[in-house]
Design a protein around this ligand. Structure first.
Ligand SMILES: [Zn+2]
Length: 350
């Protein structure tokens, strides 16, 4: 078998998996298993969680989606693991989520006034491209100056006011003009549709408030929108909400939508590292084991995986599940949750 062969043709783990054994001069000499690329949790809050625990559980890289921009820039500059990309502050409407939440880190929220001073939508959209969008552009510039790779907006109509469409359009336009994608927390009736209509690049939680209709899901997938899963928090908190989110992911994935693994680490009690509840829920949503691996290894928000590469590889010990067990949620979850990070040179193809 050559270095570039997948684990086994037709095995079902996809092109990112390699059969390997550990070298004879390290721990567990000769142990056989599967090598995967560095794995990414695409939704974390490092100011609210312990990154070391995630790394110990097989996560090599994280995307922080809401923090004090200066604090997260300092954390991200730290040597070693995890590698970090980040959004900086939450951008929200005046009084909007999460400005009044006790958990929000100091300095992590920017409340932006409406760009629409009673103008028509068309006039407001025109204004959004010009000087009156000042506070929006300043907020986006601030995150970029702190090194943000993505702009995070909160659209939570359950917990406060929400950007009107012209202001959301202004945020999207300002981010695009600076080469940054926009990621939205969409919660409350119609909020996922608002984000999809406005061309938001990523939903930071798979939609969980309501069942989206097929046409809207097809539109999101066709537009290239990505959804970060965060299903384990719902499995933990509310079975009915979890079913709604899983059903939306099932149809989004079937429509060709890009699913990114993410847990919202820092949101209450969650198993750090590769989370078995998150993996099991993704399998229940119809993702094959190879799709789950792709969702974990996706380099978003960068186009290239270079930022995740710290000379490490992911090692999942033992034989992978048999091909006919790769659609069983608990089997795939137990296998992937055993993932650990090892120096890449300690693994040899076999
Ligand atoms: Zn979050």
């Amino acid at each position: 078998m050559s270095r570039t062969d997948p684990v086994e043709a037709g095995h079902g783990l996809g092109p990112l998996a390699r059969r390997v054994r550990r070298s004879l001069n390290g721990d567990h000499p000769g142990e056989v298993g599967t090598m995967l690329p560095p794995l990414v949790d695409h939704h974390v809050h490092l100011q609210l969680s312990r990154a070391d625990d995630a790394v110990a559980g097989g996560i090599a890289a994280v995307v922080d989606l809401g923090a004090d921009p200066g604090a997260i820039a300092t954390i991200a500059r730290t040597e070693g693991l995890p590698r970090v990309r980040y959004a900086g502050a939450f951008l929200t409407a005046p009084g909007g989520y999460p400005s009044d939440r006790p958990w929000r880190p100091d300095g992590s929220v920017r409340e932006l006034p409406s760009v629409d001073g009673g103008a028509t939508d068309e006039q407001a959209r025109e204004l959004a491209h010009h000087a009156l969008a000042g506070p929006v552009e300043a907020a986006v510039d601030e995150q970029r100056a702190f090194g943000a790779s993505v702009v995070k907006v909160a659209l939570n109509s359950v917990a406060g006011t929400v950007f009107d469409r012209p202001t959301l359009d202004a945020v999207v336009a300002a981010a695009r003009a600076r080469g940054l994608p926009v990621a939205a927390h969409a919660e409350g009736a119609g909020m996922a549709q608002l984000a999809i209509d406005a061309g938001v690049d990523v939903l930071v939680h798979a939609p969980f408030t309501e069942r989206l209709d097929d046409a809207l899901i097809a539109r999101a997938a066709a537009a290239g929108q990505a959804w970060i899963s965060t299903l384990a928090i719902h499995v933990r908190d509310d079975a009915a909400v979890a079913e709604t989110a899983i059903e939306n992911v099932r149809r989004f994935h079937a429509a060709g939508g890009r699913v990114l693994y993410g847990t919202d680490l820092g949101n209450g009690d969650l198993v750090p590292g590769v989370n078995p509840d998150e993996v099991a829920a993704l399998v229940r949503a119809g993702l094959a084991a190879s799709d789950v691996i792709a969702a974990l290894a996706d380099p978003w928000p960068d186009a290239s995986p270079a930022w995740t590469d710290a000379g490490v590889a992911t090692f999942v010990p033992g034989p992978p599940p048999d091909a006919d067990r790769l659609t069983d949620p608990d089997t795939v979850a137990a296998w992937l949750a055993a993932a650990r990070i090892l120096p890449a040179e300690e693994l040899e193809p076999c």
